[in-house]
Each structure stands twice: as C-alpha cells, then as structure tokens.
Design a protein around this ligand. Structure first.
Ligand code: TYD
Length: 140
C-alpha cells in the first residue's frame, strides 16, 4: 500500500501554531465538504465502509484514533494522534476508525457532498469491486 500520510506545513511563532489545508495544494483533491466526529466513546469503532468515488483527508488534533485501511489486497493500521499530519483516504479503501481516547476528534475534508449511494457498506460487495478492478485509474 502506498504511503497515505500527509505531513502538513506548520506556521509557528511565539503566539502558537497554525496549519492551513488548501484544495489541490495540501490535499490532492478539491474540497467540497468538511465534517468532524466527536464525543465518541473510547474503543468505539466507526466506518466499516469504502467509497466509490469520494476522496477524503482525516486528522485528529487531540487524542488518538486508529485507522484500519484495507485496499482489498493489503491491510495497514495508521494512528492519527497529532495536529501536524493526517491520512489520505482515497476512494476504494475499506476503512475502520477506532477511538483510542474519548477526547479524540476526527476531522475530515472531503471531495464531495454527502451522497449515501457512494458508500459500499458490505465487505463482500467491496471485495467484488476490487476483483472487478472497479477503481482502476480512479484513485488519486
Ligand atoms: P456514518 O456514515 O454512519 O458515520 P461513520 O462513517 O463515522 O460510521 O454517518 C452517521 C450519520 O451522519 C448518518 O446518518 C449519515 C450522517 N452524515 C451526514 O448527514 N453528512 C455527512 O457528511 C456524513 C459523513 C454523515
């Protein structure tokens, strides 16, 4: 699996640190939506889906979140536990997010609006898409 971590540029001075995330500059897609997930209990796991076309970038500025990424052939676990880097979740990756602490906030920028039809929530259906090469040439 290719490296999906993106390190962000930190603007730091005596007043603190600032990070900006710009379309096509800091993440390799145009941003149409942002959302965040919070007040999730420790050890709770969310996600359990892949997207047909949506690309997303995830980070957790406080606490820790473990992300299982699965491209259908290989699985890799990433930990999001700082404000300075995040994880690219391109379309075609099954992902599961586990809260390591209840303070953790999952912040997301996404390439499109919320469209339920873009979700694949059944793992067998996901594997079927992988076998058919559905995402070939489609991933960023
Ligand atoms: P869900 O997909 O179950 O969250 P997760 O991927 O973390 O398991 O989404 C929870 C609810 O929020 C569901 O009713 C759909 C809604 N929702 C929106 O209305 N807009 C959004 O941008 C997202 C991501 C979810």
């Amino acid at each position: 699996m290719k490296n999906l971590i993106i390190d962000l540029k930190v603007h730091e001075d005596s007043r603190g640190k600032l990070i900006a995330i710009e379309s096509m500059h800091d993440v390799p897609f145009s941003i149409k939506r942002t959302y965040y997930v919070f007040d999730t209990p420790e050890n709770e796991v969310r996600g359990f889906h892949a997207h047909k076309a949506l690309n997303q970038f995830l980070w957790s500025p406080t606490g820790g979140i473990e992300i299982l990424m699965d491209d259908g052939n290989e699985k890799k676990v990433y930990v999001l536990d700082n404000a300075k880097s995040g994880l690219l979740v391109p379309c075609g990756y099954w992902h599961e997010m586990k809260w390591l602490s209840k303070e953790a906030i999952l912040c997301v920028v996404a390439s499109d609006y919320y469209v339920e039809e873009d979700y694949i929530r059944n793992y067998e259906e996901f594997k079927d898409h992988v076998v058919r090469g559905y995402w070939h040439g489609n991933q960023i």
